[in-house]
Design a protein around this ligand. Structure first.
Ligand SMILES: *[C@@H]1O[C@H](CO)[C@@H](O)[C@H](O)[C@H]1NC(C)=O
Ligand SMILES: *[C@@H]1O[C@H](CO)[C@@H](O)[C@H](O)[C@H]1NC(C)=O
Ligand SMILES: *[C@@H]1O[C@H](CO)[C@@H](O)[C@H](O)[C@H]1NC(C)=O
Ligand SMILES: *[C@@H]1O[C@H](CO)[C@@H](O)[C@H](O)[C@H]1NC(C)=O
Ligand SMILES: *[C@@H]1O[C@H](CO)[C@@H](O)[C@H](O)[C@H]1NC(C)=O
Ligand SMILES: *[C@@H]1O[C@H](CO)[C@@H](O)[C@H](O)[C@H]1NC(C)=O
Length: 791
């Protein structure tokens, strides 16, 4: 099931407002869902063999191998469980691994969280994740009713209220020691507890409405009928605006009657989900997509039940939710993810003259590290075959005239191309096509002034607006560099990358990143929305009023990289069409952690140094996390068990622990394999082969090329791991997937190096977790052991 969460760079708000009157806002975002006690991830050949499954012939069709394997796993349950292999499954040419994504169906209805991801290579199952419902399905007629469910409404509300209270109290009481920024206590704990409060209100204090809706309780699935009450109830929890809540409550029937439902799209390609569309839903910016599904809810005795839900995709101004709300009153919100925290066409023979930009060059993290220089449109002929300033007329949302005959590509002289649409967004709204962009004319030179100066607070905004040409240019440059870099490490069209046009290489197109500079919807933050493959990702960068003159997040590469990396991890985990795999808890936290890790790795040099995140924009040497990333345990003491500490329920705090662990893993690989000064692989030769140079080890047959150095290898293993891990991975799953990625790429040469590095901060073989809650709780124990073969 899906809910939308915008992934922003930090949860609370940092920033002492130095005499500036700009409002400091925290974006509201919900994210939680059932923990599946029966979900497994198996990456160890012995575990897979225990299933009794034998490897097939190396040239067997990988999808056939997956079907046989599914049959084996389902065993006697086969009659009850039908499934579909999802259309975003793919064979990755960069690794040779086929990623098969499977969705479960019961009575022909999708089990929204019944997922398998099966990784197949040369007839063998490398690993798989499985969260299929394995209990007795409900009968078709008796719609499962939450009121009779084993976690009854009253008990559920007591549990929720207890968790709310604990998190709020503990968080508030630790603010004095943790918060160096004075007055953030109120806003930070409010930002923290706010979503849970709204959830409690919507799920547990809505008795009048719930009773009212209960009268309309349908009797059978065929008669589930009206989703509007469930949707209105969700909007009460989701909207950040008090006046909208009051309006819904005060004019309930009026809103209900105004919302209109239109039918299923009969032209949907075979095998695709069909939806209903709901118009006039308060506080949304597009019709809400709705469909009926099952979802699995664990009860306290460990059993799991299927509950019928409405699945909604709700696009709001600052959020894009995928939510599952029980179809029958009381309309409990069961899970919610904010998406916010893929016929060959000729490629032009000669690339056109490349553009140049006056920017902070790749590797210069922010203005405190260097000056702007003139950089070339450094496009990579594999990643961006037509460069950064062209796209097909047919795929250009801004092109309204008749396409000239016999021209396929339109060339632009602005920050608008196949990978990225960059523009100002001072209004902070969703429109972007007609927003202002710098114009380079026929020279293709994007060289604009950036001379911010101290001003009266009234004028600070105007000062920033005055260098908009430079800032949009920088955002466009950085985002395209990231597109090209990640492409070369395997974030390609089939893997769900962001491009308006896919050159016939598979995947879904029409999804360049919409990158908004100086977005007016907030301050002191940044965020990225990742809908499924084929729909544009949206990045919003903000000004930071932490200094005079204001600082512009677009100039801090680490923030842009962090945001873009949400798109990377969300599209790679659980498949390109499932954006609901990193919504909350440990998986949501790792969604943040990968961004910090990649941003820090990109800025690091052969001379080791510790690094903070966001230090320049926040005007704070320690940065926006609790600790800088460091080899030194005194400087950064985070361990796996740190997740149980007060203040670590939020995804950003969890992510910081994950990024620190990955930092130690990459340093161990660097120790072993040395350091490459560039992360960019060499350009392919004209015949399409990539020269090894000093970057890759010498090629062995047709096997994937292995990066030679520790920093490049760690980026490759982290990205390959994302493709191998299951939907909603835990820290353990993500660790195991990285170790498996090494097994596949190097034959397991770094097995002990990796285990030792993971174990340094408690993620050894004997680490454990018990009692995870949908809201981030649980009891964790560090484990420092490594496999016996490594001792
Ligand atoms: C875009 O540039 C390419 C390469 O220079 C050129 O072949 C093509 O004709 C241009 N497209 C248009 C519509 O001018
Ligand atoms: C930028 O250039 C100026 C003038 O050449 C120099 O004084 C300054 O140190 C440079 N800044 C950085 C961060 O390198
Ligand atoms: C941006 O660049 C254009 C074209 O060079 C120029 O006319 C305009 O004045 C610039 N805008 C600002 C705010 O400097
Ligand atoms: C690393 O430090 C050495 C010695 O101080 C210096 O010569 C070298 O230029 C530095 N390298 C980088 C990439 O900063
Ligand atoms: C670790 O950091 C602490 C505090 O900054 C410092 O006193 C100590 O010397 C450092 N240890 C090492 C091995 O660098
Ligand atoms: C591609 O070209 C390079 C350099 O000319 C050559 O060494 C290599 O063997 C060629 N590879 C293939 C597959 O033709």
């Amino acid at each position: 099931m899906r809910c939308l969460l915008i992934a922003s760079i930090l949860a609370g708000i940092v920033g002492s407002v130095q005499g500036h009157r700009a409002p400091v806002t925290a974006r509201k975002s919900l994210g939680f869902g059932p923990i599946h006690p029966h979900a497994v991830y198996r990456s160890n050949p012995y575990q897979i063999a225990t299933n009794g499954f034998l490897p097939q012939s190396p040239d067997a069709d990988p999808f056939e191998v997956a079907r046989l394997f599914i049959g084996d796993i389902l065993g006697p349950n086969q009659d009850q469980a039908s499934y579909k292999i999802r259309p975003d499954s793919y064979t990755d040419p960069s690794t040779g691994v086929t990623h098969v994504y499977v969705r479960q169906y019961v009575h022909g209805i999708e089990v929204a969280d019944g997922n398998m991801n099966i990784n197949v290579k040369e007839g063998k199952i490398l690993s798989y994740g499985n969260s299929f419902f394995a209990g007795t399905p409900p009968s078709l007629i008796a719609v499962p009713d939450l009121r009779n469910f084993r976690h009854p409404q009253r008990e559920y509300c007591q549990d929720l209220s207890a968790e709310l209270e604990t998190q709020f109290n503990v968080f508030a009481s630790t603010q004095n020691e943790q918060a160096p920024m004075g007055d953030q206590k109120t806003s930070k704990s409010a930002a923290f507890a706010g979503p849970l409060t709204h959830l409690y209100y919507s799920n547990c204090q809505f008795d009048g409405l719930a009773d009212d809706m209960a009268l309309k309780r349908p009797q059978a699935i065929g008669d589930i009928g009206d989703m509007r009450p469930a949707l209105l109830q969700f909007m009460v929890a989701a909207t950040p605006k008090a006046d909208v809540v009051n309006d819904i409550l005060g004019n309930y029937d009026e809103h209900l009657n105004k919302m209109s439902v239109s039918g299923v799209n009969h032209f949907t390609p075979e095998g695709e989900q069909t939806y209903l569309f709901v118009d006039n839903v308060p506080d949304t910016v597009n019709p809400v997509k709705a469909n009926i599904a099952y979802i699995q809810i664990p009860s306290k005795d460990g059993s799991v039940e299927l509950v019928t839900v409405w699945k909604f995709e709700v696009e709001m101004h600052d959020n894009w939710y995928e939510a599952a709300v029980s179809a029958i009153a009381p309309h409990r919100i069961i899970s919610v993810v904010d998406w916010a925290s893929d016929a060959p066409i000729p490629v032009p023979d000669a690339p056109k003259e490349s553009a140049s930009y006056n920017v902070y060059a790749w590797g210069v993290n922010d203005p405190s590290e260097g000056n702007r220089t003139l950089q070339k449109e450094n496009f990579d002929s594999l990643a961006s075959p037509i460069g950064w300033h062209s796209l097909p007329f047919a795929n250009d949302p801004s092109y309204r005239s008749v396409k000239p005959s016999n021209e396929f590509y339109r060339n632009t002289s602005t920050t608008f191309g196949n990978n990225v649409f960059a523009q100002e967004n001072w209004e902070g709204q969703n429109a972007y096509i007609n927003n202002y962009r710098p114009e380079a004319g026929s020279s293709s030179v994007y060289d604009f002034q950036y001379k911010p100066k101290v001003s009266d607070s009234d004028e600070a905004m105007a000062v920033a607006h005055n260098y908009i040409n430079a800032t949009v240019t920088q955002l466009f440059y950085t985002s395209n560099m990231i597109h090209d870099l990640y492409y070369r490490y395997g974030f390609t069209e089939v893997a769900g990358n962001f491009q308006q046009y896919n050159f016939g290489r598979g995947g879904r197109e029409g999804d360049a990143v919409i990158a908004n500079a100086q977005d007016g919807s907030g301050f002191n933050n940044a965020n990225f929305m990742t809908p499924p493959d084929g729909t544009n990702g949206r990045m919003r960068m903000y000004l930071w009023n932490t200094a005079n003159p204001y600082r512009d997040g677009d100039f801090e590469a680490g923030i842009v990289i962090h945001e873009y990396s949400h798109g990377l991890s969300t599209r790679l985990t659980g498949g390109p069409l499932n954006s609901g795999c990193l919504g909350w808890g440990e998986s949501g936290g790792m969604g943040e952690g990968w961004g910090d890790f990649l941003a820090t790795t990109i800025r690091s040099t052969a001379n080791y140094s510790d690094y903070p995140m966001g230090a320049w924009a926040a005007n704070r040497p320690k940065g926006i996390r609790n600790y800088p990333y460091s080899l030194n345990e005194t400087v950064n003491p985070s361990t796996y068990q740190t997740l149980d500490k007060p203040g670590y329920w939020g995804v950003h705090a969890i992510g910081e622990v994950w990024a620190q662990i990955l930092w130690l893993v990459s340093q161990a690989l660097i120790e072993e394999h040395g350091f490459s000064d560039t992360l960019y692989p060499p350009m392919p030769l004209e015949n399409g082969t990539v020269p090894a140079n000093d970057f890759y080890r010498p090629a062995v047959g047709k096997k994937p090329l292995v990066p030679k150095h520790g920093n490049t290898l760690s980026v490759q293993l982290v990205i390959n791991g994302m493709k191998l891990q299951p939907c909603q991975p835990s820290f353990f799953d993500a660790r195991d997937a990285i170790i498996l990625a090494d097994e596949e790429l190097t034959g397991g040469e770094n097995f002990c190096t990796l285990w030792k590095a993971f174990s340094l901060r408690g993620l050894g073989t004997d680490a454990s977790v018990q009692g995870r809650t949908p809201w981030g709780g649980g009891i964790r124990l560090n484990g420092f052991a490594t496999p016996t073969t490594c001792e």
